[in-house]
Design a protein around this ligand. Sequence first.
Ligand code: 5GP
Ligand code: ZN
Length: 141
Amino acid sequence: MAKKKENCIFCKIANGEISSNILYEDEDIIAFLDASPTTKGHALVVTKEHFDNVLYVPKDLIGKAFSVAQKIGQAEVSLFDAKGVNILTNAGEAAGQTVMHFHIHVIPRYDPNDGLQIGFTPKMIEKFDLPVLVNEIKKRI
Ligand code: 5GP
Ligand code: ZN
């Protein structure tokens, strides 16, 4: 049985203590509709085992979870004739994570103004030595 965390809402959904609109389920992964959808079809793909966020999920499970997210994205885009889909995961409060159990959002997109706003405004004013930065990152991958 997958490891659970006390009082975690997605652990409770994963083991059936709280009901949800389930789209997919296997021994490791469960996917269900978001309770407060940003767009029609907004779904969440979750590992049944509790990991705080994407940074802690083992390699085999991360692959499985994204594969399910891709399948749901493909199904929803064709079913709803969506114009695109955002498949994303937030890690940490600073990144907008509110439920601290790893999950992938699958958000079909119908229009650029349909609810999800993601802006990549350049805000970096601090200058870095890029070759040093690249080396430091590469060493840790
Ligand atoms: P986050 O901000 O952590 O990336 O996203 C958490 C998501 O979980 C939100 O979109 C929120 O609507 C959804 N959510 C929170 N509680 C529940 C719940 O009890 N059931 C379902 N289906 N979704 C939930
Ligand atoms: Zn959990």
